[in-house]
Design a protein around this ligand. Structure first.
Ligand code: FES
Length: 153
């Protein structure tokens, strides 16, 4: 098929790719970059497992073509915090039991960071509303909401 050239900053480093034009951002991250912290759930925008930050705003990476992100900056769970130090949101998830099996957790945490930085963490109902696109089969929603509220303060 048709190929495209795409340049992205991923977790602070610049990368250039030649890709099939239909490659999603999710597939690029997992298959070309080995950044497998970004999870595949439904693969059609329903579960939030694939959530990343694009120029600081959370998106579902399964719904976006890599070519549409050309020139932008991406943060995945691997790029949050520092090698020897958890990001405050990661620490808050541990403190408040914001996960059980952990599969949805990278997406939950990236969404949670977006929730705070985009100014949607004013109250617990507001947090729940913003986070409603991130499903958790284990039902860790109470801990997730508490973690976001803690990290906000
Ligand atoms: Fe992207 Fe479910 S895998 S929303």
């Amino acid at each position: 098929g048709e190929t495209v050239d795409v340049s992205l900053n991923i977790n602070g480093a610049d990368h250039s790719f030649t890709l099939d034009a239909r490659t999603t951002l999710l597939d690029l991250l997992r298959e070309r970059m080995d950044l497998t912290g970004t999870k595949v759930g439904c693969n059609h925008g329903q579960c939030g497992a694939c959530t990343i930050l694009l120029d600081g705003t959370r998106i579902n990476s399964c719904l976006m073509l890599a070519a549409a992100a050309d020139g932008k900056a991406i943060t995945t769970i691997e790029g949050l915090g520092r090698p020897d130090e958890l990001h405050p949101m990661q620490a808050a998830f541990i403190q408040h039991d914001g996960f059980q099996c952990g599969y949805c957790t990278p997406g939950q945490i990236l969404s949670a960071v977006g929730c705070v930085t985009e100014g949607h963490a004013g109250s617990r109902p507001e947090i729940r509303e913003y986070m409603s696109g991130n499903l958790c089969r284990c039902g860790a929603y109470k801990g997730i909401t508490e973690a976001v509220a803690e990290a906000r303060d």
